[in-house]
Design a protein around this ligand. Sequence first.
Ligand SMILES: [Zn+2]
Length: 435
Amino acid sequence: MEKLYDQDSHLRFFTAKVLSCEEAGSLHAIILNRTAFYPEGGGQPADTGMLGGLRVTDVQERQGTIFHLVGGPLEPGSDVEGAIDWDLRFSRMQQHSGEHIVSGLVGRMFGFDNVGFHLGSDVVTVDFNGVLSDTDLERIEHLANAAVYENLEVEAFTPAPQDLSGLSYRSKIALDGNVRIVRIPGYDACACCGMHVARTGEIGLIKLLSGRRHKGGTRLEMLCGYRALQDFAARHRDMSEMSVLLSARLPDVPAAVKRLMTENDSLKKELAAMREKRLSDMVSETCTLWLAKEKSASGWVISKDGLEPSELRRFTLLLTERISIADSDEGAISESEKRPDERIGNELRRRPDWLIALSANAGGGCYYVAARTSVRKPVLPPTKPAVAESAIDLRQLAKVLNSACKGRGGGTPELVQGSLEADRMQAENVLHSFL
Ligand SMILES: [Zn+2]
């Protein structure tokens, strides 16, 4: 088995003789007398391509024999044409050679070893057993690209075993015998069986994308050559789109985003304050309405259509709080000075024991929130508010409402909330029995 790829990493087409063809599940495993297909190994995936008109989906080496997995049988003894998927192979060579330069630099500058290498279908990850700062990464990236511009020859050779001991090279394990060395003069020498470019200029741009802490060391993500170019094009497209959306020049995009975020924060605060003010005004209006009526009922049904459940809840709580406040201040302020809602608080006989707010929603149903008023005395938080013997358990009310109006919801004896499928008028009719 002649390994043509070892002699020439740029060989795309070749002719070989089929030595054997065996079924392997749904595929056929072909052995050739020579091949340019690189079998998976050394962190580099297997080549794919065409062989004798059939698709090669995988190439594996077992005990020195290389098996090409193809979609059909090939006649043993026949000559076949092979073609590897060159774009994919070349991209992998760019990534692999770029990785060697970076690993060589990290080893020489910082003394850290490459302890993991993954050549995936998108980014390449390399793990080092030491921590690299952002500044370190910038220096490494700069020097790695300098190695590209020097357009150095990438040497791949297998020294005689007696010469190997005299060589200094990176290796994950102690090696002897026939070891293939890949050397980039001045930058790296490494034991490697993978495929490499012929000169460093073929690698193109080496871009380190990120370096993050990983198992006490650093996991580096990087791209080389066409992949780096594609990534740059995608990033540039994104940034240009953002630049148009923000009406900012490219260099001003980050500042424009920060400005937008600050604006958004203050708008959110403003909106929250306005919502609170609107609800507070609604509460005052509602109190005035109550005062205008002569009431003796224990409960109070209020309609506030168009409020979302959270707003309705806030409204109910504000109203409950407002008309409960005056309990402790009773007599402290003269009637004429009090706001209408404070007057309700003082007019205990007229104040409801509980109230329920209903809000018709767009779906034809309504939301409800009910609260007891008589037990809320926020001025005296340490003492547990006294509950009147006759106080209604609002869970009972919610239960009746839910079953009569196809609803769901519940809560505590003092506060319940939910939603009903029936409309608000129907809910009001049901509530009459509680007043
Ligand atoms: Zn390698």
